[in-house]
Design a protein around this ligand. Structure first.
Ligand SMILES: O=C(O)c1cc(C(=O)O)oc(=O)c1
Length: 308
């Protein structure tokens, strides 16, 4: 069967030739947020998707992993695949144990499917509240999913916009498994990092000691740049105070990922090598980077390897 799925107009493809980072990553570094897209010929995009991306295969992801100096990946189910986790599972199986996954499941998921996902390396589900990406999921459905995944020891990854946190906070705090916040809770970085909106986010992170935060996606959050392109090693300066605040207060529950292949960027496609070179701005010491890139993701996704 030929599958022809036209890319969303204006779609930016992933960078074809990222630089090699100047920063040498610590041994065992994990890219803890990245995706695979299709390839559509093998794994068609979901009918309910809000965008149609370019393909970004497991092989291409693993080539980037090696080029940048990462050891492992956490692959997060992208919304363009809905709750069809076949591309994710295929990538996890091809990784030879070097990737773990975060899936999207619906309440009707069978025990056999959950077991298969777990065996492939899935350790969490993603709940998405970003309206341009998904239709609203009823709370009752989310609860059903929580009840199904809790016995597996999985966590819930949350993607939401900062402005929506107030309305979601109580629900999040009632979810009885660890929580992982995507992309710094998407702050409006034109606001004061010492102002009330970011204070609300920090207070959410303080509310429980099993809430983790990805300090990822400066390229998505930045309003002033400069972009991580053309050798720029001092990119996205407006994001730095926000990300650094979280890394310094919660050094043992922050994670970082490239977000490759960077869905839905409108302005520019970053050079992934330069994105890695952004890391010392948010985690300025080798000790903080060891926690951010190795110790924390290992504890969450490969607890059996911890300390080895
Ligand atoms: O901001 C986004 O557009 C975005 C989309 C997705 C997805 O479609 O799953 O994942 C992300 O991490 C970020």
């Amino acid at each position: 069967m030929t599958v022809h799925q036209e890319k969303t107009p204006g779609w930016l493809d992933w960078h074809p030739a990222p630089s090699r980072p100047a920063l040498t990553l610590p041994a065992g570094a994990v890219d803890a947020h990245c995706h695979v897209f299709g390839p559509a010929a093998a794994f068609p995009y979901a009918p309910e998707r809000k965008y149609t991306p370019c393909d970004a295969s497991a092989e291409q992801l693993f080539a980037l992993r090696d080029h940048l100096g990462f050891d492992r990946n956490v692959i997060v189910q992208a919304t363009c695949h809905g709750a069809d986790n076949r591309a994710l599972v295929d990538a996890l199986r091809r990784s030879g144990g070097r990737a773990r996954g975060v899936a999207t499941v619906r309440p009707g998921v069978s025990d056999a499917e959950l077991r298969e996902l777990h065996e492939a390396g899935v350790r969490g589900v993603r709940f998405n509240f970003v309206r341009r990406l998904v239709d609203v999921t009823p709370r009752a459905d989310l609860w059903d999913v929580v009840r199904r995944i809790a016995p597996l020891g999985w966590h819930v990854v949350l993607y939401f916009e900062a402005a929506d946190l107030a309305g979601l906070r109580e629900f999040f705090l009632s979810v009885p498994v660890p929580l992982v916040v995507d992309h710094l809770g998407r702050p409006d970085v034109s606001k004061d990092p010492d102002g009330p909106e970011f204070a609300e986010f920090l207070s959410f992170l303080r509310a429980r000691d099993d809430i983790w935060c990805k300090v990822s996606c400066p390229e998505r959050l930045s309003l002033t740049g400069p972009a991580a392109l053309d050798g720029e090693r001092d990119a996205y300066r407006d994001v730095v105070p926000f990300a650094r605040r979280v890394v310094e207060e919660f050094p043992d529950r922050v994670l970082w990922g490239t977000d490759w292949p960077h869905p839905n960027l409108k302005d520019h496609m970053p050079d992934d090598g330069l994105l890695v070179d952004f890391l010392p701005h948010v985690a300025p010491t080798a000790e903080l980077r060891q926690q951010l890139l190795v110790d924390n993701p290992t504890r969450l996704y490969w607890p059996e390897n911890e300390g080895s």
